[in-house]
Design a binder for this molecule. Structure first.
Ligand code: KG4
Ligand code: ZN
Length: 347
């Protein structure tokens, strides 16, 4: 295995991501500069089934991964000889899908001698902001809003996190997708709700998502939407979908923003970042900016392409794991579908 020289001026990382329904590879310089970012989405295939079918996802990853990696190298203007590290998502996600990326990365590392590091997908999402905000450095507060996770995290260092609040049941993205299904929108529901919410008014009364201990719960909100739709239909009427999208969006996001505000004040930190797929939501982005103005806090939003799954964020996290943490993986690296954020509990 080649040595990883953390003092090298230019470090190139090949990122590999296959945790769900995107096959993605990217080349990133020094954890910040994206040289290529190739994403092959399977959304159109899974749309037919109303959600991701794990077996179909794995098969499509197998077919795509080699070509996606070659394309990422080609578009970056680099070859495998230039790559200093291979960073691959090993969890959380669908086990069969993860295995495709992990096996491919292990094989490539063995064949070339390029060091390997397994990356936690959630930590990758947090890194998305480094790709378009060169000045952003820890410590800061991050609101992580993805399809599988919802948390407010104090990012103490590049590989050092404290979880300040998190969901006790569904993730916010999951709630968006489930509510979209109830309203008859296709998978993935989040972007459809976003589009339609902009045309509606938040007139339906729905419960908030912050529970008494300061964590979040989305199951009550989801049930309230379902009950409201059923009640309206039982009266022989139709729910106003655009108003319901607006009402749900406000209920789902207002609590995340208000709780972020409290935790920012408690932390005394003046930097607030948003990450994850729901970070692409236009209402959430606008409310985060407003919160920043109100508190005198600088707000960092990822570019839309870095909110949802991509391999550039995985390369960025891999870079910091190797450089700051001296963390590498060997052939024992395995897919871990239930991997958690390795955050500390607050003091
Ligand atoms: O972070 P992500 O790509 O995958 C996970 O790691 O889970 O997040 C995907 C989630 C889906 O639930 C999708 O509906 C949601 O992000 N999403 C959105 C928007 N774009 C994607 N939710 C609300 N508004 C959007 N514009
Ligand atoms: Zn993700």
């Amino acid at each position: 295995m080649k040595n990883f020289n953390s003092a090298k001026e230019e470090i190139f990382v090949l990122g590999i991501e296959s945790s769900c329904d995107e096959t993605a590879c990217a080349v990133v310089k020094n954890g910040r500069e994206v040289l290529s970012n190739v994403i092959v989405s399977q959304i159109d295939i899974h749309k037919l089934y109303g959600g991701v079918v794990p077996e179909i996802a794995s098969r499509n990853h197998v077919e795509a991964i080699d070509k996606v990696a070659s394309l990422a190298l080609e578009q970056s203007g680099k070859t495998l000889n230039d790559i200093d590290l291979i960073a691959v998502t090993y969890g959380a996600g669908l086990v069969g899908a993860l295995l495709v990326g992990v096996s491919f990365a292990k094989g490539l590392s063995q064949a070339t001698g390029i060091p390997l590091v397994g990356v936690n997908h959630i930590e990758g999402h947090i890194c998305a902001n480094y790709l378009n905000h060169p000045e952003l450095q820890p410590p800061y507060v991050c609101l992580l809003t993805s399809g599988g996770h919802t948390a407010i995290i104090r990012v103490d260092g590049y590989v050092d996190y404290t979880v300040l609040a998190s969901t006790v049941d569904d993730a916010v993205g999951e709630a968006f997708d489930k509510v979209a299904r109830v309203l008859g929108y296709s998978y993935p529901g989040g972007p459809n709700i976003d589009k339609n919410a902009a045309k509606g008014k938040p007139g339906y009364k729905l419960p908030g998502v912050v529970v008494s201990n300061g964590n979040f719960s989305y199951s009550g909100l989801k049930t309230a939407v379902i009950n409201t739709v059923h009640n309206v239909e039982q009266r022989g009427e139709q729910v106003n979908k655009e108003d319901m999208c607006a009402s749900f969006t406000h209920a789902a996001i207002d609590g995340l923003i208000s709780r972020s505000g409290q935790l920012l004040l408690e932390s005394g930190l003046k930097k607030f970042a948003v990450a994850g797929g729901v970070g692409a939501n236009s209402y959430l982005r606008a409310e985060a900016e407003k919160l920043g103005k109100r508190l005198g806090v600088k707000v960092y939003l990822p570019q839309l392409v870095y909110c949802t799954d991509n391999a550039a964020m995985i390369a960025a996290q891999g870079y910091y794991m190797a450089k700051e943490g001296g963390e590498f993986s060997d052939l024992t690296l395995n897919a871990c579908p239930t991997l958690k954020l390795r955050g500390k509990k607050p003091d």
